[in-house]
Design a protein around this ligand. Structure first.
Ligand SMILES: [Zn+2]
Length: 99
């Protein structure tokens, strides 16, 4: 990942998830996921690392390789949040991710 998020704060009961483009499989984001539910959004303080700086990024998150639209920028609890477009990303758990 090109960008390590300085605003990331480690939280308990989360695990790193690699979010990749569902179309071409390019990894885009490492995200600290909590709970068992489906991944529906990417909150910036939970992003460990990503291919682009998602806080400053404007507009939708596009795959860096094939330009597929993966998530739309919005807010949640006053944090910049990317709402995942259903069916556009793959995610898999990664063990011991280190930046
Ligand atoms: Zn892609």
């Amino acid at each position: 990942m090109k960008y390590k998020n300085p605003k990331y704060r480690k939280r308990r009961n989360t695990f790193p998830l690699e979010i990749s483009c569902g179309n071409c499989k390019t990894p885009m984001v490492i995200y600290a996921k909590g709970g068992k539910g489906n991944l529906i959004k990417l909150q910036v303080p939970r992003i460990i690392a990503s291919e682009v700086d998602l806080e400053k990024h404007e507009g939708s998150l596009l795959c860096s390789n094939c330009k597929e639209e993966l998530a739309r920028k919005g807010t949640y609890d006053d944090n910049v949040t990317y709402w995942i477009i259903r069916g556009k990303v793959n995610s898999k758990r990664v063990n011991n991710y280190s930046c």
